[in-house]
Design a protein around this ligand. Structure first.
Ligand code: GTP
Ligand code: NA
Ligand code: MG
Length: 437
């Protein structure tokens, strides 16, 4: 968890050897992601620290959350799912609004965490030591680098103190548990990654035996509902406890009532791969917690992210389960106005839709009288003359239609992905307004 652009996704990329962050629109995470790190990878990555720690955990299931301010719901969902969190702080920026928001979510959920103080490589004249333990990397640095590092570190420790928390570099921390651990890291050159992984595993093994002990009762939360080529509508879930099997009867809350269906396929991404990135999947007959799973089944179109998935056992009463499943849906639906007036909002995932709806509740929607001219960078799809557009600013949302497009000062009819163009937006005519509102 952490503020936007602190380096959460990049840290995971560095551990996985992937490039998920570079593929994100605007470099911003807009969904919850999850990746499974098997114990052997953790062992390999931490071997330079030469701690003969026994790895009793089978691995770590790591959840990535968005840091952008609009995604409070997804952060709250992510923090609610985890046993232990990594709070990522940008060394160059210190504590930022969503760092503090994340901190408060963790405090209120009583969730333990370690702090990754990221981007150490941005210290002026930092000498890169790829993937080295942080102690080793720090010993390679000049006096000036160390001075800047210590100054920034002290600032961050003071900022945490202002939030009522004691923090300390993990290798100097003599009161673990009372004082939170800081691990300096770089997601670009990998310094401190071995320390971070080892600390997570050791801390989990030392203090969380009880909450980590596997429980047979299925505990499973829906992260996203997605159409997947070849599998139809699927749900991405985090299985926290229990076992799911192909063919199991399941119940999930749906927009139009409870969905009772059976698991057609249990899919996972490969280990060290992100579930939210399209790729090839492994098929399973059964899966034991904890794992992130893509489930294919009939009738999932109206499933709701954030809801629980219930596994129907031979002695369970389906009616009781259906009622529990719908409790959550009723809570969500009570937030949605039914006046029939408003703006029609469409998003690629329900997670982004929630964020957008939250955002749209604050600003006023405005239909501008004078045309607006904007320089835009088309990152997805095609913009055509006539395309309805909303321009989101912090206080108002202007809605209208594209009246003209210029590419290099020449008028064009459309602009596609990768092009930078100037567009003129006219306020909608009354008929169009009626359609949009
Ligand atoms: P959101 O998910 O959008 O909240 O951001 P994030 O916290 O996942 O940050 P992300 O991984 O998208 O990184 C943001 C930017 O910072 C990217 O341009 C990264 O390349 C850069 N970055 C991340 N970590 C480091 C680091 O350790 N060193 C340097 N120099 N740049 C970094
Ligand atoms: Na980002
Ligand atoms: Mg991210």
């Amino acid at each position: 968890m952490g503020h936007v652009d602190a380096g959460k996704t990049k840290l995971l990329d560095c551990i996985r050897g992937t490039h998920v962050q570079e593929g994100e629109a605007g470099g911003i995470t807009q969904q919850i992601g999850a990746t499974y790190f098997p114990a052997e990878n953790i062992r390999e990555r931490t071997k330079e620290l030469k701690v003969d720690a026994k790895l009793n955990v089978p691995g770590l299931l790591v959840i990535d959350t968005p840091g952008h301010e609009s995604f409070t719901k997804l952060r709250s969902r992510g923090s609610g799912l985890c046993d232990l969190a990594i709070l990522v702080v940008d060394l160059m920026h210190g504590l930022e609004p969503q760092t503090i928001e994340s901190l408060n979510l963790l405090k209120s959920g009583n969730t333990d965490f370690v702090i990754a103080l990221n981007k150490v490589d941005r210290l002026y004249e930092w000498k890169t030591c790829p993937n080295a333990p942080i102690g080793k990397a720090i010993r390679q640095q000049s006096k000036d680098v160390l001075t800047e590092f210590n100054m920034r570190l002290t600032q961050v420790i003071t900022q945490f103190k202002e939030q009522g928390l004691n923090t300390e570099l993990y290798y100097k921390n003599k009161e673990m548990g009372e004082t939170y651990n800081i691990v300096p890291t770089s997601a670009i050159s990998g310094e401190g990654i071995p320390d971070l992984l080892l600390l997570l595993v050791q801390w989990a093994q030392k203090t969380m035996i009880k909450s980590l002990t596997y429980n047979e009762e299925v505990q499973c939360t829906i992260l996203e509902v997605k159409v997947d080529e070849g599998h139809g509508t699927t749900i991405d879930v985090v299985l926290v406890n229990g076992v799911l099997r192909e063919g199991d009867q399941i119940v999930v809350g749906g927009m139009h009532g409870p969905i009772v269906t059976s698991i057609r396929a249990l899919l996972t991404p490969h280990p060290m791969r992100e579930v939210r990135v399209k790729g090839t999947y492994l098929h399973h007959k059964e899966i034991k917690a904890a794992q992130c799973i893509k489930i294919a089944a009939q009738g999932l179109e109206h499933a709701i992210p954030g809801a629980n998935l219930y596994d129907v056992g031979p002695n369970d009463d389906t009616e009781v389960i259906k009622k529990s499943a719908m409790d959550y849906v009723h809570k969500v639906m009570s937030r949605i106005g039914k006046s029939g007036k408003g703006v029609c909002v469409q998003a690629s995932t329900l997670g982004s839709l929630e964020a957008l709806l939250d955002f749209l509740e604050t600003p006023a929607v405005n239909i501008p009288k004078d045309p607006i001219i904007l320089g835009v960078d088309v990152v997805k799809g095609i913009v055509k003359i006539g395309t309805p557009i909303c321009v989101i600013k912090s206080e108002v949302v202007d809605i209208g239609q594209v009246a003209s497009i210029e590419n290099n000062h020449k008028p064009v009819d459309s602009a596609k992905k990768g092009q930078m163009v100037a567009i003129k937006i006219n306020g909608s005519n009354p008929e169009e307004q009626q359609k949009m509102l």
